[in-house]
Design a protein around this ligand. Sequence first.
Ligand code: ADP
Length: 424
Amino acid sequence: MSKNFVKFTGGLISILIILGGWFLVGDKLVIAIPILTLAIFLLFLSLKTLSDKIKKLEKGKMGLEHVLERSEENRKKAETLKNKFYLMIDELSDGLLVVNKDNNILFINNQAEKFLNISRGEILNRSILRLRDLSNIKKIVFPLLANFKGVHEEEVEVKKNLILNISIEPLVLAKNNIAKLITLQDITKIKVAIAAKNKLISVTVHQLKAPLSAIRASLRMFLSKDFGKITKKQEDILEKTYEKNESAINLVDDLLEESKVDDLSNFSNRSLINLEDSVSSVVEFYKEEIEKKKIDFIFNKSEEKLPKVFVDSSKVKMVIQNLLDNAIKYTPLKGKIEISIMSKDGSVQFKITDSGIGVPEDQKEKIFQRFMRADNAFSTEELGTGLGLTIAKDIIENHHGKIWLESEENQGSTFSFSLPIANN
Ligand code: ADP
C-alpha cells in the first residue's frame, strides 16, 4: 500500500463521512445511509489491509531475528574453531613461526618459543633481523632468512642434544602478500639412532675387513705359486675365489663410506671450493686407467670463472670419483667419456657422459637405490656393490643439491649433479 494510496483512501473516507453526516443532519436518510455505508465499507477494507500488512511485517521481523540468532551462533562456532585451531598449532610438537615479507614475526607457537628459548611477548611484531642478539634466533633463523630464495631446508645442531631440521617456505596470505612459514622439527632422536646404526655397521664391517684382507693375501700367494705349482683347475677356482673375495672387500669399503655419510660431524667440514679443482684432481688420479682403456676423454672446463660452492670437499670428490669410476667401468675399450662443468640457474652443474652400456629404461628410476645393479651390469666382467650411487645421492642431497641420470641402453649414460652456489 503506497503512501499516496493511504492518503487518498483516508481523504475519501473523511469526505464520505462528512457528506453522510451532512445529509443525516438534513434528514436525507435515503442519501446519507448509502454514503455512510460506503464510508464504513472503505474503512473496514483499509483496516483489513493494514492488519494483513502488520502481520506480514511481524513475520518478517521474526525471520530476521532468527537469521541474526543463527549468524551469532555461527560466529561463536567459528570463534571456537579458530581457538581450537590455534590451540592445536600451539601444542604441535614442531615449532612454527610466521614472518611477513618485511621479516616481522606474525606468529610463534609454544614449541618454537621453547626451541628458541624466547617468549612471544618479546618478539611478536618485531623484525626478526633486529633480534640477532638473541643467540638461538641468530643461530637458526637469521642465516636462513638471509639466504632465503624460496623453499629452504637445513639441519642445524642448535646446541648439545638438540638438532633441528629447519624449513622455510612461502605462505601466501593474499595476492602480493607472501609471508614465510618457518618449521622447526626436532630430529635429535633420529640423528642419534642413525649415528648408532652407522657405528654398529662400521664396527661390524671393520671386523669383517681384517679376515677378508688376510684371505686376499693368502690367495695371492697361492696364485703367484709361492706355495708351489698348482693345476689349471685349481688356479681357475682360486681366481674365482679371489674375485668373490674382492667384491666382498668392495662391499665392506662401500658400507664403511655409507656409514660415514650421515655422520653428525657432517655439518662442520664444509668450505668454499671451486668444483673444477676437485674434478681435476680426481681426473688426474684416473689418468692411467683412462689411457689403459684407450678412452677418448674430454674435460670441458667452464669458460667463465666458476662460482664457488660451500661443501665438504672430500665427500664431493667421492661423488665425482664414483661417477668417473663407473663411466670407465661400464664403457668398453676405445669408448668416449666427456665431463663438463658449468654454472647454471644459481648452481654449479657437473655432467659426465659416456658411450657405455647405458641403463635399461625400466631400471633408470631405481638406479640410486641401495644395492641396485642394472641387469646389463651383471653381464659385464665388472664387479660392483650397487652402493656407490646411493652414497653419491646422499652426499649431494645433504648439500641441498640434485643428482640425476639420462641414459639409453647400449648408447651411453649421462650422470649429472648440481650444487647451489654459495652466498659469499
Ligand atoms: P656398482 O657400480 O658398484 O654396481 P653403483 O651404485 O656405483 O654400484 O652403480 C649402480 C648401478 O648403476 C651399476 O651396477 C650399474 O648397473 C649402473 N651404472 C652406474 N653407472 C653406470 C654407467 N656409467 N653406465 C651404465 N650403468 C651404470
